[in-house]
Design a protein around this ligand. Structure first.
Ligand code: PEP
Length: 252
């Protein structure tokens, strides 16, 4: 079912004590806020997942991971599997973030494996896609996003694909303070929905949540979320301050 979602990607920020403080500030705000049926997802570093899932039992948010291994189980030192995440109460997981594609050279086939393992373990993938600045400047942005979806996701069977959440994140907007205009976001989200419709049919396309990410903040969230094909946001920098994150949640 298509849902409004605001997910906070903490990336590699906060110490244990700072994380504890931030989660508690968010919880206090969520208790007071009218969430308007918004699904709030907090994606801290792996090491804070246990604390975040513990607190989630008393509050109204879900927990996401920022990454998962493309291997199922076994001798993969340093990796964290979908099975482990599920056993800790994790319900969502970001895959294909541009930082992982660029710094860790994640490939489309690894992303397919990650999506399949997450789905097998009842975790909803938040699949990131988006073009680099030169791609947009040369008018290739639609082709790039189409390729990313085709290669990593469009081999999934319809029942599996129906559980995927898409995050359109133009790479030139991530952490730069340059947000896509509401028109650019709507245009790409509508394009993504049309691709899903061609591949999986209207019903699945209508029900897929497509989030916007890239310098979305407390000031611009309302206008971005007011677009018909924008179902929420994947938030980086602005989720590290409770007041800003809560204001974004309240932007629908
Ligand atoms: C992100 O990294 O997913 C992101 C959207 O970052 P920021 O909001 O800081 O641009």
């Amino acid at each position: 079912m298509r849902r409004k979602i605001v997910a906070g990607n903490w990336k590699m920020n906060k110490t244990f004590q700072e994380a504890d403080e931030l989660i508690n500030e968010i919880i206090d705000g969520l208790d007071e806020a009218n969430q308007k049926n918004v699904n709030v997802v907090i994606c801290p570093p792996f090491t804070f997942l246990e604390m975040t899932t513990d607190y989630a039992q008393e509050s109204d948010y879900a927990v996401g991971a920022q990454n998962v291994s493309s291997f199922d189980t076994g001798a993969y030192t340093g990796e964290v599997s979908a099975r482990i995440l599920h056993s800790m109460g994790v319900e969502y997981c970001i895959i294909g973030h541009s930082e992982r594609r660029s710094h860790f050279k994640e490939t489309d086939s690894e992303l397919t494996q990650k999506a399949e393992l997450l789905l097998k373990n009842d975790i909803l993938p938040i699949f990131c896609c988006g073009e680099l600045l030169p791609d947009r400047e040369s008018g290739k942005h639609f082709d790039i996003v189409k390729q990313q979806l085709d290669k990593a996701l469009f081999g999934l069977d319809p029942l599996d694909f129906a559980k995927i959440i898409i995050a359109y994140e133009p790479v030139w907007a991530i952490g730069t303070g340059k947000t896509a205009s509401p028109e650019q976001a709507q245009e790409m989200h509508a394009f993504i929905r049309s691709l899903i419709s061609e591949k999986y049919g209207k019903e699945i396309a209508k029900n897929t949540s497509i989030l916007y990410g890239g310098s979305c903040n407390a000031e611009n969230a309302k206008v971005l979320f007011s677009n018909p094909d924008v179902d929420g946001g994947l938030i980086g920098g602005a989720c590290l301050k409770a007041a800003d994150f809560l204001k974004i949640i309240d932007s629908f």
